[in-house]
Design a protein around this ligand. Structure first.
Ligand SMILES: Cc1cc2nc3c(=O)[nH]c(=O)nc-3n(C[C@H](O)[C@H](O)[C@H](O)COP(=O)(O)OP(=O)(O)OC[C@H]3O[C@@H](n4cnc5c(N)ncnc54)[C@H](O)[C@@H]3O)c2cc1C
Length: 437
């Protein structure tokens, strides 16, 4: 295999959010530096194009470094709009526009972007070992990359004074992130906190065929409600074991639970498989009627003109049909002594205990997580390069001088709402500003 050799002052590995932000900032602040972005996908910013369901929720007024991020976007000419809830989007609501603008700005500032090129290894070694005539007293980085094209495999060796690892995590592998960055950082001496998919759906036991009530009836149903997460290794799940609660739209899918509030909940479901822990220590409860007390609602209707209404009909006026059926299934204790099915009985015939049972299911419908959805469905990676080994202000490694670790590759993850992209922009900018100085 032929090998090309080239040099750059700064090599940025990864043309995603943090890599492109760093590249542009370097182009603006340190135009004399020779900056090269290495991106393994055929074009930069593939993941950016998919963010926010194609709208790109670029930031949030409550995100760390928000004003700095907005200053950056103003400088590069992106017009944004901010919603009342603090979420910031490009004015065009087009994620593709953001990716295109970042790529074009980087190129116009003289940054070279090498696409379809994959980083294989990085070495940090005395410059004199890398090439003849190099200064004795300083280390440089030697990167080995490969390009696969019609002519076969080409290998390139690049010498650089600074390296920014902006390689993302493992979430969304179709966008180029399969965890290469963890291997590279580990080989450079960094500790990797075990990566786990987050901001994703969860598969639940109740959905397995044969379970009662079978979740198949719920697939595709959406409802507002409150999700709560309980964590207890002894699986007692008392109120004091509640670790998360959020209101929002809950999506019941063919495998389990999804939706923004469920995504946010997954960030609290970290567990250590090696230490024998599993998802069994978690229990999810859903309150389908958080704005009131369903017991009072039923008791009111047990008297007066609604008294003869069948239980099923009553619940179907409050909840979407599949949810009402699910609650009926969960509360059903079999036909009464006259052989009438639970859902056909009149509201007035319900005993206090039966009303309590319905209320238990409406206010705390229980689901047992068995598995998180995998990397394909996850929006972020929980885990990554240990933060103990990174200078938070500059993104520089505390172990290897001149090495910077930005974005999702580091062990930082945030809830939905523009916080993860904010983290990518701000850590990329911090690295570039430090190098530019
Ligand atoms: C579907 C989806 C929607 C999302 N929506 C939002 C949203 O609206 N708002 C929000 O805040 N966050 C969102 N996120 C999360 C956000 O996109 C990420 O947190 C962010 O992109 C991380 O930026 P990064 O620069 O660290 O990595 P990435 O943007 O993932 O970029 C890493 C780059 O490195 C490249 N790379 C990896 N390995 C190599 C290698 N060996 N050689 C060369 N290149 C390599 C990859 O191809 C990739 O282009 C979303 C994520 C997904 C998957």
């Amino acid at each position: 295999m032929d090998r090309e050799i080239r040099r750059a002052d700064v090599v940025i590995v990864g043309g995603g959010a943090s890599g492109l932000a760093a590249a542009i900032e370097l182009g603006m602040k340190a135009p004399a530096l020779d900056v090269l972005v290495i991106e393994k996908m055929p074009e930069p910013g593939r993941k950016i194009r998919a963010t926010g369901s194609g709208r790109c929720n670029i930031s949030n007024t409550a995100a760390a470094g928000f004003s700095r991020i907005m200053e950056f976007f103003r400088e590069i000419g992106l017009v944004t709009k901010t919603y009342e809830n603090g979420l910031v989007y490009p004015y065009s609501e087009s994620a593709a526009d953001v990716a295109t603008l970042l790529t074009e700005r980087a190129a116009s500032l003289g940054v070279k972007i090498a696409c379809g090129e994959e980083l294989m290894t990085v070495k940090y070694l005395p410059a004199s070992l890398a090439f003849e005539g190099a200064p004795e007293d300083r280390n440089i980085f030697m990167l080995e990359t490969v390009i696969k094209d019609r002519d076969g495999l080409r290998s390139i060796r690049t010498h650089a004074l600074y390296v920014i690892l902006a390689m993302g995590g493992k979430a969304g592998p179709t966008f180029g992130t399969i965890g290469d960055g963890f291997r590279i950082a580990r080989n450079l001496g960094h500790r990797i906190v075990t990566p786990v998919p987050a901001l994703t759906g969860i598969e639940c036991d109740e959905w397995e065929e044969g379970n009662k009530p079978c979740g198949i009836t719920l697939g595709g149903t959406r409802s507002s409600g409150v999700v709560s997460l309980y964590r207890d290794p002894d699986e007692v799940f008392g109120e004091e074991t509640k670790v998360f609660e959020e209101a929002g739209e809950i999506q019941f899918t063919k495998y389990g639970l999804s939706g923004i509030c469920v995504f946010n909940m997954t960030r609290y479901m970290r567990f250590n498989r090696r230490a024998g822990e599993s998802l069994d220590q978690f229990l999810v409860k859903v309150d389908l009627f958080p704005d009131g007390d369903i017991t009072e609602y039923i008791r009111d209707r047990q008297k007066g003109c609604f008294a003869d209404t069948p239980v099923g009909e009553m619940l179907r006026t409050v909840f979407k049909e599949p949810l009402a059926d699910y609650v009926i299934g969960a509360s059903d204790d079999g036909p009464d002594e006259n052989g009438r099915a639970f859902e056909d009985r009149s509201i007035s015939s319900l005993s206090d205990e039966e009303v309590r049972t319905i209320a238990d299911h409406v206010h705390s419908l229980e689901f047992h997580p068995v598995q998180m959805r995998g990397w394909n469905d996850a929006q972020v990676t929980m885990g990554g390069v240990s933060l103990d080994e990174i200078n938070e202000a500059t993104s520089e490694s505390l172990l290897v001088k001149g090495l910077y670790i930005t974005g999702e590759l580091a062990d930082r993850d945030f809830r939905c709402g523009g916080y993860n992209l904010s983290n990518a922009w701000i850590t990329g900018l911090a690295a570039a500003d430090d190098i530019a100085q």
